[in-house]
Design a protein. Structure first.
Length: 303
């Protein structure tokens, strides 16, 4: 369960977890913005209730969090995330990431590794409309569109969306949007939501909000299909990407990329309320050596 804001005067202003998405009221470097989240109970992973945030960055730049009146957020239907002291990679990091890949001629495309296992379940569920979260340069969205689905795909990075639009704009709808914020779609707008190795970039409190929002967007009897890092992926990444743990199973790497590694109990907790939850551990071999390259959970859940 997500934490409930305190009642009364104590809850008039609380810290709201933000991504690095563009905001005209802010001047801080998005890639270095800090999301301030409460300490976590390592047994339950539940953050405590929010307390009033303190303006103490010591960096000379505006604080990365904003104090937002809780009634304003509640009127928009968005639950507050009580967060502090936790970062995740923002828009500047991802714009640079996709720009560098374009310049190197090295598009991030896993071919059909992520989408192919979902084709049969999507067909069996009578899915027609799909929202993809964290679509990158649009390859998976284009694959689903090629199978006849009506695909809307979002990504935080305008650079990635620009590349996707240039290549696949005739096949799918691509939008710059931040999955950690309330998305501009009515409840139950989509038959399915898909996210492939894009929802494991956030601390626990933000992850919970993202999973909750997926539940809002999927219609009754619709599907949520996804891939996220498993705990077994952490030592594989650590061989080449040294990292520092920020909170349990959540790390920041030297490049600035942040990664969250999921256990099966944690995923089942996030998916409480969904039906027919299927979680399958998947090992991805290296394309040349055949050695283990990545470990993920493949998830399929019915609303």
């Amino acid at each position: 369960m997500r934490p409930t804001p305190r009642s009364g005067k104590q809850r008039s202003n609380v810290a709201f977890c933000r991504s690095g998405a563009a905001d005209p009221t802010r001047t801080a470097d998005p890639a270095s913005e800090r999301l301030r989240c409460p300490p976590f109970n390592r047994q339950t992973r539940h953050p405590p209730q929010a307390t009033k945030a303190h303006h103490a960055t010591g960096s000379g730049r505006p604080p990365a969090w904003r104090l937002i009146h809780s009634e304003n957020l509640e009127s928009s239907g968005w639950r507050l995330a009580q967060c502090r002291h936790v970062v995740h990679a923002g828009v500047e990091f991802w714009d640079q990431f996709f720009r560098q890949r374009l310049e190197a001629g090295n598009d991030l495309d896993w071919e059909g590794v992520w989408t192919t296992p979902f084709l049969a379940p999507l067909r069996q569920a009578g899915v027609r409309t799909v929202l993809e979260l964290g679509c990158g340069t649009g390859n998976d969205a284009a694959r689903l569109a090629g199978e006849g689905y009506l695909v809307t795909a979002i990504d935080l990075s305008a650079e990635a969306i620009g590349q996707a639009q240039a290549r696949f704009g005739a096949l799918a709808t691509f939008l710059v949007a931040d999955m950690t914020q309330r998305l501009p779609f009515p409840d139950g707008s989509f038959d399915a939501v898909m996210s492939n190795v894009a929802m494991h970039m956030f601390p626990d409190c933000v992850t919970r909000e993202v999973f909750t929002q997926v539940g809002r967007l999927v219609r009754t009897d619709g599907l949520f299909v996804f891939h996220v890092n498993s705990l077994e992926d952490r030592p594989l990444r650590a061989r080449n990407l040294p990292a520092r743990e920020i909170e349990p199973d959540y790390v920041t790497e030297e490049s600035g990329q942040t990664m969250h590694f999921f256990s099966e109990p944690y995923l089942r907790e996030l998916l409480a309320g969904w039906q027919q939850v299927q979680l399958v551990p998947v090992q991805i071999p290296h394309h040349t050596t055949g050695n283990p390259f990545k470990h993920v959970w493949r998830g399929i859940a019915r609303r």
